[in-house]
Design a protein around this ligand. Structure first.
Ligand SMILES: [Zn+2]
Length: 256
């Protein structure tokens, strides 16, 4: 089964900007025009509520898999809300976005939330694409690694493979078995740069069974991004087996 593990929809179809169509219908359309079987839909609290994602998944149960989002600053209370929403909406993971949700990955209030995910046996996707604000030059993958060491029984997915910090992601993944990486967006943002080659290097070093494909639809449209990504993975010289893991098996093993 082919799964796109990183997509978004928005209650306002123009919620990601005029250029993009973030409607549920557009996502379903893209899926139907592609070889991708299912898409994981990631909400972002408070802009994209869990219920909105859950309703879309209910409407398209064969196509969409919903994750949850919470206000990470609410700590224990967020963990309680998470449990309630995961159970009542059948959500399969948690998405956190330090940049858009404006929180610090060193904040101790995050720990009960990660512990709850361990208890619920759901993975946590953390956005790790570095912002352009260099006033805070800490390495997001390294900060995620600290959480992975504090809560060793939760599976954490470093989204966008950490962007240009991808080699930090490699060492964090080497250090902590519960770290996975999603290769969405970064190969295209850094197309033609050394980072495009680093992605291959990292996949080979940590193994395809810890790497996950995603598009970041609608910013990168699901169907065309899938075709380009398969081309790129083939250019990397990955085996059929490795491709199978990246394009679905790895994420499937974390959510089922
Ligand atoms: Zn995203």
């Amino acid at each position: 089964m082919i799964i796109d593990a990183h997509t978004h929809i928005h209650p306002d179809a123009k919620g990601f900007g005029e250029k993009y169509d973030a409607s549920v219908e557009n996502l379903i359309n893209s899926l139907e025009n592609s070889d991708v079987d299912k898409a994981i839909v990631l909400p972002i609290y408070p802009e994209i509520p869990n219920k909105f994602v859950a309703d879309a998944c209910k409407k398209y149960p064969d196509k969409l898999i919903g994750f949850a989002s919470v206000n990470p600053l609410e700590g224990v209370k967020a963990a309680e809300i998470l449990e309630k929403d995961v159970k009542r909406y059948n959500l399969k993971g948690l998405k956190l976005h330090p940049r858009l949700q404006d929180f610090d990955l060193k904040d101790p209030r995050l720990i009960p939330i990660f512990q709850k995910c361990a208890e619920l046996k759901i993975p946590v996707v953390v956005d790790a694409f570095p912002g352009i604000n260099l006033s805070n030059n800490e390495s997001i993958p390294v900060l995620i690694g600290r959480i992975a060491s504090t809560v060793p029984d939760v599976n954490i997915i470093i989204a966008h493979a950490g962007g240009y910090k991808i080699l930090d992601t490699l060492f964090v993944a080497k250090s902590y078995e519960n770290i996975y990486l999603d290769i969405s967006y970064t190969p295209f943002y850094f197309q033609g740069s050394s980072i495009e080659r680093d992605i291959k290097f990292v996949i080979k070093k940590i193994g395809a069974n810890r790497c996950i494909y995603g598009s970041d639809h609608p910013e990168l449209e699901l169907s065309s991004t899938f075709d380009l990504s398969v081309k790129l993975l083939k250019k990397y010289g990955l085996s059929k087996e490795e491709m199978k893991y990246i394009l679905g098996e790895t994420i499937n093993s974390l959510i089922s």
